[in-house]
Design a protein around this ligand. Sequence first.
Ligand code: GSF
Length: 202
Amino acid sequence: MKLIGSLTSPYVRKIRIVLAEKKIDCEFVVDSPWIEGNKVSQFNPLGRVPVLVLDDASTVFDSRVIAEYLDAVAPNNRLIPPSGRERISVKRWEALADGILDSAVAAFLESRRRDGERSQSWLDRQRRKISDGLQAMAQELGDQTWCHGSAISLADISVACALGYVSFRLGDIRWDQQYPNLLSLYEKLMQRPAFAETVPVE
Ligand code: GSF
């Protein structure tokens, strides 16, 4: 089994953390859809990372499906509750964190466009979703130790990937100053090797 992805993608980071937390052996092949000559579309028709390539050469994407797959094939250290409202709660946290990421990635790409091609109203729209999303995460976390339940789950992993990416690409958004509860969750998670070893790097 191998995971294809870049060192900057927050969705790839989510899967690298899931693999490490569940102690699943998997080769990590670094490739990026933004690099000339990349091979990503040979594995994912959408040309996006992450992609998981199984031993029988079949592929799994996107990150939400890969996380589900890994949690199901390796039932140790469960990260997603098996059913019911508990499961929906964790998946909702993931949707919220991934939604922030979708807007953060869009805002970052837009900010890189040339003068005249860049749309300020589009940027503002994405940044609004990011700040509203962060506020919702802080509110819903409250003074809980974990986003969901009494142990680490995919909810915490997804939230950490969103927070780390916002700091990496949109450093002027100071969630760390605005939301002390998000900061203490992030700092606690960063003490785990799976998180510390996957911080995005250019
Ligand atoms: C998002 C993957 C994605 O946009 C998931 O896996 O959860 N919903 C999907 N990946 C980006 C890299 S990054 O910005 O994280 C990607 O591969 N973009 C290339 C492209 O052409 O869209």
